[in-house]
Design a protein around this ligand. Sequence first.
Ligand code: UDP
Length: 248
Amino acid sequence: MTRNKNVKLLDENGRRSDGRLPDEMRPLKIEAGVLRNADGSAYVELGNNKVIAAVYGPREVTPRHEALSDRAILRCKYSMLPFSVAERKSPQPSRREIELSKVIREALTPAIFLNEYPRTTIDVFINILEADGGTRTASIIAAAVALADAGIAMRDLVAAIAVGKIGDILVLDINGLEDQHGDGDMPIAMMPKLGEVTLIQADGVFTPEEIERALSMVSKPIKRIYEEQVKALKSKYESIRQEVTESE
Ligand code: UDP
């Protein structure tokens, strides 16, 4: 990551390019059960990021030889739609999309009771409708809600947020501009109730002390994201309950 000193990421008052303070995250909106034809789904907006996740399964594995006798397999496919970024993205899966699919699958796996569903697959499809830095964290937030919406047995949800670096200052939830011109990006995913980290990546240079500070910096926002995830799931089931009672 090379810093372009001509791009001003922090002003004299310590405000960022979008007016946020270093420890402020972008507005978050989560909706559960947005797709009729998937077993579970969720829509997430994190700042300008717009992400949709759909879950199918547990269902029969094809090709069959991939099935595991003692647990389900989890498959994730992260795709950026061609219009999601400023420069049209080819619909062919890029190396980055393949990497992100793997990273997201690994961040979600510890939260799922895969051994409850032997010989099956749980498929998670994530589409980025609009991207502005932090699509992997928004994807993890959406996928966890979609998995819960599909009724899959889980130990916990998974919430995620990135910590970036501008000069020596750690900043929460970096946007696209900060990602492009900042000095570091550290996405962190956690099982919020269990307090366990399921993903930590780092692009740029972070000292051990900065890593510790980054982990404590995400503690509150992870709880906040978790509360929003639960609220989205509850509100979906509340609307179903209302429909049922009204039809009785
Ligand atoms: N991006 C882009 N074109 C691409 C890939 C990424 O414009 O082909 C932008 C997009 O805004 C993305 C950001 O670069 O959110 C940062 O990408 P990164 O690989 O760091 O992943 P993310 O932060 O989205 O998880």
